[in-house]
Design a protein. Structure first.
Lengths: 205, 205
DNA sequence: TGACTATACGGAGACTGTCTCCGGTTAATC
DNA sequence: GATTAACCGGAGACAGTCTCCGTATAGTCA
């Protein structure tokens, strides 16, 4: 386990006082337990169950993570890095624009469905600066921006395309996939429509 | 109040025995109360609260509506008709294909967001025949089919377009609108991308 | 090493919402 | 007016959220 303190590797505005050893231990156990429970029960899994599985009292859980979203935020700590990496990879890949887009969108959907209910939470937080996971959404948004802007500059997309609308649309697809219990592969037809909707009309499939 | 028995005006496979007068009265009061509570509190509003507001015991509620979805199904009884009507109107409207699509899609989003959480429920039920509101989704699907098929026949859309993918995609948009608390108008940019993704490449905006 | 204190723990329990069970009531029928 | 099948409603079991506060302990300094 990586033993990560809150807000470490974060944009780091406020300096965080290091946790006491036992507190750090419990923090890590809670995040691990949460990952487990959310994976099997979805984002609505019981918080007391998480505390129990981590071997701590409910009070401890709520002290570390006042709300459910704070906990979700914590277990997405490294998730951000993966999203950014994928967006870089998409930009640099040596394939046609359509292919770049499709890969990136599929990645996006995968990331947004890391557990049941995650996509919905992310969609909701995307326009809500007060949400603890708002920053995660900004990362998503920025990553998508990178890919879309790059493709606009390559003249592959209509220049009227607004990246934010695109990320919203794809997060809609992710939500549907999540809610309806579809496989990521089944998202491809929808994603292709989106792709057709933003590329310049020339190389039509 | 219309005093409607379950499954009336429905595809009517099973014949339903009429309810006793008091039962019918309570049924109607429950539906009305549910409409109120869902409207102000969203699809997760308390069921006991609905029972209380209808002036009946919780037992009565659960006898009439074993699950939350059964209740939602009931209060959407006339909703179906409006959806169908809108799809007809879209087909018959004397406007360009893009305009037809945009109107229809906006209608679709409106219908799917009749109360908070509704869009998510509908998206989830769309591929789940076991859901009490599955039939409602079929209606949605059929209505969308009507519009899309008509436009394919008019040669306005690429013929590779699959109506079911389109309705999924738009329900994704509706879910985002719902979750993020957006206005229906803010869905237009997303819907236009979808439209660009399915019309034949000729009359580009 | 021992004592001190800020920090953290944990579980009892208040609260809210879901859902069931069953003794009591009432509408319909003859 | 008596009979009975259908229906009512609320007490209460159960599960999840979240708080409060007495107790424990890690870190620190002499």
């Amino acid at each position: 386990m990586a033993s990560i303190t809150p807000a470490e590797a974060e944009v780091s505005e406020e300096v965080v006082k290091p946790l006491r050893a036992d507190a750090q231990r419990n923090y890590d156990k809670l995040v691990a337990a949460a990952r487990e429970v959310f994976a099997e029960r979805g984002a609505e899994g019981s918080l007391d169950e998480i505390a129990k599985r981590a071997g701590v009292g409910p009070g401890t859980l709520y002290r570390h993570f006042p709300t459910r979203d704070d906990l979700i935020d914590a277990l997405m700590r490294d998730w951000t890095d993966r999203v950014v990496a994928d967006s870089m990879a998409a930009v640099e890949a040596d394939v046609p624009a359509r292919e770049k887009l499709e890969r990136w969108f599929v990645d996006l959907v995968k990331h947004m469905t890391l557990h049941r209910g995650a996509a919905a939470k992310l969609s909701a937080a995307m326009d809500d600066p007060a949400s603890p996971i708002y920053r995660k959404c900004q990362m998503l948004n920025d990553a998508n921006d990178r890919v879309i802007t790059h493709l606009i500059e390559t003249d592959a997309l209509r220049d009227s395309v607004e990246p934010h609308q695109v990320v919203r649309l794809v997060s809609g697809v992710a939500t549907v996939v999540d809610q309806a219990g579809l496989d990521v592969e089944q998202a491809r037809p929808m994603l292709r429509i989106v792709i057709d909707g933003i590329v310049r009309d020339s190389a039509t499939s």
